[in-house]
Write a protein that binds this ligand. Structure first.
Ligand code: BGC
Length: 739
């Protein structure tokens, strides 16, 4: 592994730092922080306030930039800059600017800094919030060491559309799973105290509704009724608020006709008045200037006015606030109180982070290579994120005694692609599946041909080599999917098929008659029906990060049992999208069995089944689990009360493994139609062969509430409840909610 230490900080600078570094202080109380803000505030000019509200890309630390920092032109930078450069700029802000207000450095640490963890969608597939928290802790430590104080993560946009490339960055389609994951990441980044040297501020993004982009086309408009907004899209944002997230990022999208980055309904009414958030809101990249093309602001001054009024405290990259703030105040169009509130919100977080104190003044240690412990966490998380979708006749795991293994496919040995979108870590530290399999089996037993240059390659030129190897081998593992650049921001796709000539490659390899295992590495749910039909087993591996290769090899060779579960519904074809498990029933629900199955006039398609290829929550194991004895502790629950739901889960196969036990509910009749199922809780349990465990969930009546407009209501009535291995199965019980 290569060392990645940044240039050491200059001796003179270090001495200067140490001269001014105060003693390590105890954390200030909220009241003390407000006093400190007051004291600073009376001295601030309008320009200095507008400077605090401005964020730029770090760029290079030119003399001009240094002079701007001295003048208080910027409150924050993000992206780029070595630890030494950041320390130097911070020194200027603290020591040479009139008021000595520190800069806050942001960065897109989305799934790891030096150690790259699986993409967030893959992390969600682990259904293991504690492990996700640990990974975010590692990311915080590695990030803080480079002098960055703030990550633009977690992204918690619920997405029901795999065409949208940014589905990779979120936690899938369910509000409970996404909330647990979001809170876990917030806690991991922020630690016990923001002020700790190894804590960084988190940023709940993109607030709000960004994942509902029409047609899955990035940046597109969204139309979300208030009850759905609050029940679904806002749920993880609200949970993050409760977990103490320091900042929010306003989204790019238009939400019900008002751009999210000027949307006082979500930014002021909900975030500030209802949720009492007192950190700050940063806009997304140039989102204030984009109010003009949205058709919401007439010009740059109008954009600044609407952004500030709307509730965005800090403007990212565009400079409308700085360019027009002063004249907007002078002309009395902008209430100076709004400016003051925004600046106070920003300063509050800078104080909470300790940037005025030791943390701001001590030079950062500089980047270091991943520690063994970090890599171990990454390997565990990658392993838990792998979802086994098919395993006919125990095709997996491969016997360790397998003679020659042919490793084929464009993603078998592509370190950069395996890291996925928004990867910070260097590709040369990533261990690919090919390397890991060679390591595990011995290089002489593994033969390799990519077959295609990359996932989009249409050429069949290299097929014959790959097929030749397959013919000589005892088994084939095909590594297919999408390269990293096909998911993430501005990477929407209208087709969800395996791109390039990958399906043709599968067909030719399958014709050899050799056992074929397919591993799919992708940033979204893909449609791969043909490849799955031709393979004995399919393992979905997402983009699994630095140490994804060994995690995949462990599962292929049976050293670990797969235990990931889908955090999002997989469609059969793109034509089914949007398809999600927590849908309403409609007046004409279809059926696969009984006389209704023949009824044409149902909620379905003529040319494809109405069911998904793989349902939400689904994933196989190397063992089998049985569910029995679903017990609801009481026939009735009072509003304000609770009951327990339990089931006996047994490992009925021959391998010890984790099962993710899921609790779903449905309210049968209410004043707003309720989804056919809603996940309420889940638990990962580890069972040895033959072992049985009673898994008990406590269900509070507050978990049965839903929104009617802004109001959360509990409606008495009959509820069904399932303890289930996925959203389409499980044993049902029921109870009645009464007043
Ligand atoms: C993305 C954000 C990101 C920001 C800063 C934007 O284009 O939408 O998610 O945090 O850039 O890099």
């Amino acid at each position: 592994m290569k060392a990645m230490r940044n240039r050491p900080i200059g001796e003179a600078l270090l001495a200067a730092w140490l001269a001014v570094a105060p003693q390590v202080m105890r954390a200030a109380t909220p009241a003390e922080i407000e006093k400190k803000i007051d004291a600073l505030f009376v001295k601030m000019t309008v320009e200095e306030k507008l400077g605090q509200m401005s964020q730029a890309l770090f760029g290079d630390l030119s003399d001009g930039r240094k002079e701007e920092i001295r003048r208080g032109r910027w409150g924050s930078f993000f992206g780029g800059g070595t630890a030494a450069q950041k320390a130097e700029a911070q020194h200027i802000a603290l020591q040479e600017s009139r008021l000595g207000i520190p800069l806050i450095y942001g960065e897109d640490v989305i799934h790891g800094k030096n150690t790259t963890f699986p993409i967030p969608l893959g992390q969600a597939a682990s259904w293991d919030p504690e492990l996700v928290r640990q990974a975010a802790r590692v990311a915080a430590q590695e990030t803080a060491a480079t002098g960055t104080h703030w990550t633009f993560s977690p992204m918690m946009d619920i997405a029901r559309d795999p065409r949208w490339g940014r589905i990779a960055e979120g936690f899938g389609e369910d509000p409970v799973l996404a909330s647990r994951m979001a809170v876990a990441m917030v806690r991991g980044y922020q630690g016990d105290s923001l002020e700790a040297a190894d804590s960084i501020a988190a940023c709940a993004k993109h607030y709000a509704g960004y994942g509902a982009a029409e047609g899955g086309r990035d940046y597109n408009s969204t139309w979300i009724p208030e009850n759905l907004l609050r029940d679904l899209y806002l749920a993880p944002f609200q949970a993050s608020r409760e977990a103490g997230v320091a900042t929010y990022m306003s989204a790019f999208n238009d939400l019900n006709g008002v751009p999210a980055s000027a949307n006082a309904f979500i930014l002021r009414q909900i975030l500030r008045d209802e949720w009492k958030f007192d950190g700050f809101v940063v806009s997304d990249y140039t989102a204030i200037a984009e109010l003009i093309p949205h058709g919401y602001a007439a010009d740059s001054a109008d954009a600044a006015l609407k952004g500030i009024r709307g509730g965005v405290d800090m403007e990212m990259v565009s400079t409308d606030y700085w360019d027009h703030g002063k004249e907007l105040i002078a002309s009395k169009q902008l209430d100076p109180k709004l400016l003051d509130e925004a600046v106070r919100n920003i300063l509050r977080i800078k104080f909470q982070l300790g940037l005025f104190d030791a943390k701001g003044r001590q030079p950062p240690a500089g980047a270091a290579p991943p520690t063994a412990a970090a890599l171990e966490t990454a390997r565990k998380l990658a392993a838990e994120s792998l979802v086994l979708l098919k395993n006919q006749n125990g095709a997996l795991p491969l016997a360790q005694s397998v003679g020659t293994l042919a490793v084929i496919g464009p993603l078998a040995d592509s370190p950069r692609d395996q890291l996925g979108t928004w990867a910070n870590g260097p590709a040369d530290t990533a261990i690919t599946p090919l390397t890991a399999l060679r390591e595990a089996l011995g290089a002489s037993r593994v033969v390799y041909a990519p077959g295609l240059k990359n996932s989009r390659d249409e050429s069949h030129d290299e097929f014959s080599l790959a097929v030749g190897l397959a013919r000589r081998a005892d088994a084939v593992v095909l590594f297919l999917g999408e390269e990293a650049a096909l998911s993430g921001e501005a990477s929407s796709r209208a087709y969800l098929d395996l791109p390039g000539a990958q399906e043709a490659l599968v067909n030719e390899v399958a014709q050899t008659g050799k056992p074929v295992i397919v591993v799919i590495m992708a940033g979204r749910p893909l449609t791969f029906h043909n490849a799955a039909a031709k393979a004995g087993a399919v393992l979905y591996a997402w983009h699994s990060g630095t140490i994804g290769g060994p995690a995949i090899a462990d599962v292929i060779l049976g050293k670990a049992a797969p235990s990931g579960r889908l955090p999002v519904t997989f469609p059969r074809t793109v034509g089914q999208v949007p398809i999600y498990y927590n849908h309403l029933n409609t007046g004409r629900p279809p059926s696969e069995t009984g006389p209704e199955a023949q009824d044409k006039f149902r909620w379905k398609y003529l040319d494809v089944s109405f069911t998904p290829e793989y349902p939400f929550g689904f994933g196989l194991s190397y063992t089998t689990f049985s569910y029995g004895n679903t017990t609801v502790s009481a026939p009735q629950m009072r509003v304000g009360g609770s009951l327990t739901v339990s089931a006996e889960v047994a490992n009925t196969g021959g391998v010890e493994a984790d099962e993710v036990v899921q609790l779903y509910i449905r309210e049968l009749a209410a004043s707003i139609s309720r989804p056919v199922r809603e996940l309420k809780d889940f638990r990962r349990v580890h069972l040895k062969p033959g072992e049985k465990q009673t898994v008990t969930f406590t269900l509070e009546s507050s978990e049965l509430e839903f929104h009617k407009g802004a109001q959360l209501v509990s409606e008495p009535g009959l509820f069904q409840v399932w303890v289930a291995p996925d959203s389409s199965a499980g044993l049902r019980g029921q109870f009645e909610l009464v007043r």
